[in-house]
Design a protein around this ligand. Structure first.
Ligand SMILES: CCCCCCCC/C=C\CC(=O)SCCNC(=O)CCNC(=O)[C@H](O)C(C)(C)COP(=O)(O)OP(=O)(O)OC[C@H]1O[C@@H](n2cnc3c(N)ncnc32)[C@H](O)[C@@H]1OP(=O)(O)O
Length: 280
């Protein structure tokens, strides 16, 4: 299975070993036509941080898979990055931003979260490296998380950058680890090692290596073989709808709050210093 996966990774837009392969650069997506399981791989070196273009590709691909009636999806990072699942939202999108592009970015982020959080098919994130800020968010959108360890970190660290994780970021985490733990976590911008994340329930399983993590992800998806897709979809919808409905009802207000504070001098100063610290 994994060997075949590697062959697919380096092929282009054709059927290989019964798998449909779709390459959109930055994002590689394969659907195994035998199993109906899609593997979506983020591939944006050096650290898979999420630009407007990558955001669009993720949202487009999720919506495409939704129409394809797939049986499940694994979301992971290209192996060549070695130690990063996703370095989070691209801070350069927020620093000295072009206002039109910033508005587009924030709107696309809301839409992508809605698509990924509410998929009608089961999803697993195979977290094969650090997963911070928006990286943690996309991992948390999935129904199940397997994290490779022990040396990687995961968490909503936004306050460390001087920015505010919106209600739906925080609610996504609270739905997984509970309100109190999520509150303590987000206000301090806490990050967790793989073992700590497993202990607080932020991830469901850990694994010492990527092949094994991928296998565990497939096992989770296979556990739905005898579950009716309709029952799955309706049940997940009931479970997640209160959180997603808040964003649907408050999209404009949410957008305006972030759009305005992001451009204030004090937030810009914080972002500049954080970017600088990364470069050091
Ligand atoms: C209405 C809509 C509401 C929307 C609300 C938005 C509010 C939330 C805002 C932001 C959320 C976020 O996601 S902020 C980003 C959070 N992520 C991080 O803090 C991670 C930062 N990166 C790292 O810690 C490390 O890079 C790493 C551990 C991920 C990898 O370490 P490594 O040593 O391998 O790589 P480098 O640190 O040398 O980085 C290489 C290169 O990449 C640049 N970089 C890293 N992360 C980012 C990023 N998130 N955005 C932009 N650029 C990033 C880093 O500066 C290096 O650049 P140079 O090569 O030019 O030096």
């Amino acid at each position: 299975m994994l060997k075949r996966y590697n062959i697919i990774l380096y092929s282009t837009n054709k059927i290989v070993n019964s798998c449909r392969y779709v390459s959109q650069s930055m994002l590689k997506s394969t659907v195994n036509e035998k199993t109906g399981i899609a593997t979506v791989i983020i591939n944006k070196p050096p650290v898979n941080c999420i630009s407007l273009e990558l955001l669009n590709k993720i949202n487009t691909e999720i919506n495409k898979l939704q129409k394809d009636n797939i049986r499940g999806m694994i979301l992971t990072s290209v192996r060549s990055l070695q130690k990063v699942f996703c370095g989070g939202l691209d801070i350069k999108e927020f620093y000295n931003p072009n206002p039109d592009r910033l508005a587009k970015y924030l709107t696309n982020l809301q839409d992508t979260w809605l698509s990924l959080y509410m998929t009608s098919f089961p999803t697993v994130s195979v977290i094969n490296g650090h997963s911070l800020g928006g990286g943690c968010l996309i991992a948390m959108c999935c129904d199940y998380r397997v994290m490779v360890g022990p040396d990687y970190t995961i968490g909503l660290n936004e306050t460390k950058l001087g920015v505010v994780p919106p209600k739906w970021f925080q609610d996504t985490m609270a739905a997984i680890i509970g309100h109190r733990k999520a509150e303590v976590s987000v206000i301090a911008g806490k990050t967790y090692t793989t073992d700590e994340a497993l202990q607080i329930g932020l991830v469901d399983e850990s694994s010492p290596d990527i092949d094994n993590a991928y296998k565990k992800g497939i096992q989770f998806l296979n556990s739905f073989e005898k579950i009716s897709p309709w029952a799955f979809k309706m049940t997940k919808n009931i479970s997640r709808q209160p959180i997603s409905q808040w964003l649907i009802d408050n999209k404009q207000k949410d957008l305006e709050f972030v759009f305005n504070y992001m451009q204030t001098p004090s937030v810009q100063k914080h972002l500049g210093l954080y970017l600088q610290s990364l470069k050091k």
